[in-house]
Design a binder for this molecule. Structure first.
Ligand code: AMP
Length: 334
């Protein structure tokens, strides 16, 4: 095979018209707010803060806000606190850019609906095209990768990419690709990572220690999960953390899913899940992962959705768990 050297060219031809339309809207509005999904993860916050920082660097005359939810662990360790704006701010004309969010209900701050114009930028399968302009590219492993591609293909005068913005985007890519190990990782992903690194990123200090550095308590949590998981006949591994377990382990509900990928590389395990009680909201949060088969169909049966190999869902009672596990298990019945 002939060696290809420019992986950015492919996206340039296919998406340049959308990139130009987005760029024109950015130029048009003096006030821009960037939104992401509720219960944000690395890609949601990495994209949100990466895009916000790039906008601020390149358009210092504009008012740029990042609105939504902070992360329970990674704010402020990795991401700055999101902005707080008054209703007054939102009543004047502004452009909303919503990133990494497949459907409108999942946007963390529903006031994006107040915007004059909404741009959706995402890499999830398009469940709902809620934007006035929608850019969806499911070939990108992370929305951060898509935003980086947009930035690379912007006119030269907006090509400033600070190390700060690049670190945020890098965390989104590292998070959603499982540090470049999932099949969603492509040559374009590596090209993007290289381009971001070129801003002067020290991977260990600026990125990985902040993302994955842990405590002794994290080891206890892991050991608890390894002692309490179940596996079905057809290779579905799962663990359940009740509110009592969370208290005992001294972790908040948001961290329940953190160990779901402990099962990712085990022979005979086809899919894996974490089920965490969110007692204040009277529900159980489910994170589903799979090696090959799509599990987002099952997630959709349980108030969820997401990617073929990484989805989220909700149970409103633990009585629904056997049905969820059975549906997952049946996917792998021979
Ligand atoms: P999680 O297990 O929460 O890390 O989610 C895995 C993937 O599924 C992420 O890309 C989420 O954005 C997506 N996801 C999680 N919950 C939902 C949902 N209720 N609807 C649509 N997508 C979801």
């Amino acid at each position: 095979m002939q060696i290809k050297t420019d992986y950015f060219k492919q996206t340039k031809t296919q998406y340049q018209a959308s990139y130009n339309a987005i760029y024109k809207k950015i130029l048009k509005y003096k006030r821009i707010a960037v939104f992401a999904h509720a219960s944000p993860d690395y890609d949601a916050l990495g994209t949100q803060m990466g895009l916000t920082t790039w906008l601020r660097d390149n358009f210092p005359e504009k008012e740029i806000m990042a609105l939504g939810q902070n992360h329970v662990v990674f704010t402020p360790r990795l991401y700055p606190s999101l902005d707080v704006v008054s209703e007054e701010w939102l009543k004047k004309p502004f452009l909303a850019i919503v990133v990494d969010t497949g459907n409108a209900d999942r946007v963390a701050d529903q006031r994006f609906h107040y915007a004059d114009f909404v741009i959706k930028i995402d890499h999830h399968p398009a469940v709902e095209q809620y934007g006035d302009l929608n850019l969806v590219n499911t070939s990108m492993c992370a929305t951060s990768e898509l935003i980086a591609d947009f930035i690379v293909n912007c006119p030269r005068k907006a090509n400033v990419l600070s190390k700060e913005a690049a670190v945020f985007l890098y965390t989104g890519i590292a998070g959603d690709s499982g540090r470049f190990q999932y099949s969603s990782t492509t040559p374009h992903t590596f090209m993007t990572a290289a381009m971001l690194m070129d801003t002067g990123i020290d991977l260990s200090r600026d990125v990985y220690l902040k993302m994955y550095g842990g405590t002794l308590n994290d080891l206890y949590v892991m050991s608890y999960i390894l002692n309490h998981f179940s596996v079905t006949k057809n290779g579905v591994a799962y663990y359940v953390l009740s509110d009592e377990d969370l208290n005992k382990l001294n972790i908040p509900v948001e961290r329940g899913k953190e160990n779901v990928n402990l099962f990712a590389e085990t022979d005979g395990i086809n899919a894996w899940a974490s089920i965490t009680e969110d007692r204040p909201n009277k529900k159980w949060r489910v994170s589903l992962r799979s090696k090959e088969k799509s599990i987002n169909g099952v997630a959709a049966h349980f108030h969820g959705g997401g990617h073929p190999q990484a989805s989220g869902a909700t149970l409103f009672s633990l009585d629904e768990l056997p049905k969820l596990i059975e549906e997952l298990d049946m996917l792998f019945a021979k």
